[in-house]
Design a protein around this ligand. Structure first.
Ligand code: NAP
Length: 242
């Protein structure tokens, strides 16, 4: 019983990833924070691929919740193995640094950087024991370039990039790879409030990306085919930044 665990799998990029990994034959554990209706849609789309889909709602930035829900699942499912982990959950709370509130800083760092730590340390142990695993972290162009108005988001994603590179070296000998993908502007709820007509002129491909275009790259990095790729950060941004 091989599972892929996707954080933030209810919507957007996470949903597309759940479906692609189901096509690779993985049963899917779908995490989300609160949007049960959307999570159930993802669950139905995954089941259409002929695999199992379990919902695992919890806040990835809450250590106690991660330990209870994810730790509990691992403890109660010793016959199952999580072979793929996609750390995808994340939020934006944009503000210039001089106006930023502690809550905006903490919630953005929490849902990306703290979450990477809380979730990955629980899952990587089983991968090391089995001597196989694929971890893909969804970061951002903002974490590579830095974006004004996003010091919190840029710091969170840059932090995960550093952690990706460090962990990759820690676990490489045991057949576990750790990579990151860095999307630019992708058409999801997260970018709904942005002016696409204006912003697309900045993008060499002259358009926002689609969740599937990110999910395809994640599915490759999560597959056995990506066996000699680790510690890398793959930009998926239509040529916006390299
Ligand atoms: P989205 O459509 O807004 O979906 C966000 C997902 O994350 C939802 O499933 C949401 O669950 C979940 N989530 C948020 N906070 C969570 C928490 N604390 N605990 C558990 N789940 C949580 O976002 P998206 O555009 O697909 O983004 C996915 C990832 O790609 C994020 O890490 C984002 O930073 C990154 N990214 C996106 C873009 C872009 O242009 N869209 C660009 C670069 C990077 P609920 O449905 O329950 O709220």
């Amino acid at each position: 019983m091989k599972y892929a665990f996707v954080t933030g799998g209810s919507r957007g990029i996470g949903r597309a990833v759940c479906i692609k990994l189901a096509e690779q034959g993985y049963h899917i554990l779908i995490n989300y924070k609160s949007n049960e209706a959307e999570a159930k849609i993802t669950q139905a789309l995954v089941r259409e691929k002929g695999v199992d889909a379990e919902l695992l709602p919890f806040d990835v930035s809450d250590k106690a919740a991660v330990d209870a829900m994810l730790g509990g699942w691992i403890e109660n499912n010793k016959d199952k193995v999580i072979e793929v982990l996609v750390n995808n959950a994340g939020i934006r709370q944009d503000a210039l640094l001089m106006w930023m509130t502690d809550e905006q800083w903490k919630s953005v760092l929490g849902s990306s950087l703290d979450a990477f730590y809380y979730v990955t340390r629980l899952v990587v142990t089983g991968m090391l024991t089995k001597r196989y695993g694929r971890i893909v972290n969804v970061v951002s162009l903002s974490g590579l370039k830095g974006m004004p108005g996003q010091t919190n988001y840029s710091a969170a994603k840059a932090g995960v990039i550093g952690a990706t590179k460090a962990l990759a070296q820690e676990v490489a000998r045991r057949g576990v790879t750790v990579n990151a993908v860095a999307p630019g502007f992708i058409r999801t709820d997260m970018t709904h409030d942005l002016n696409e007509a204006e912003l697309k002129s900045l993008i060499p491909m002259q358009r926002f990306g689609e969740p599937n275009e990110v999910a395809d790259a994640i599915a490759f990095l999560a597959s056995p085919k990506a066996s000699y790729i680790t510690g890398s950060v793959l930009s998926i941004n239509g040529g916006l930044y390299s």
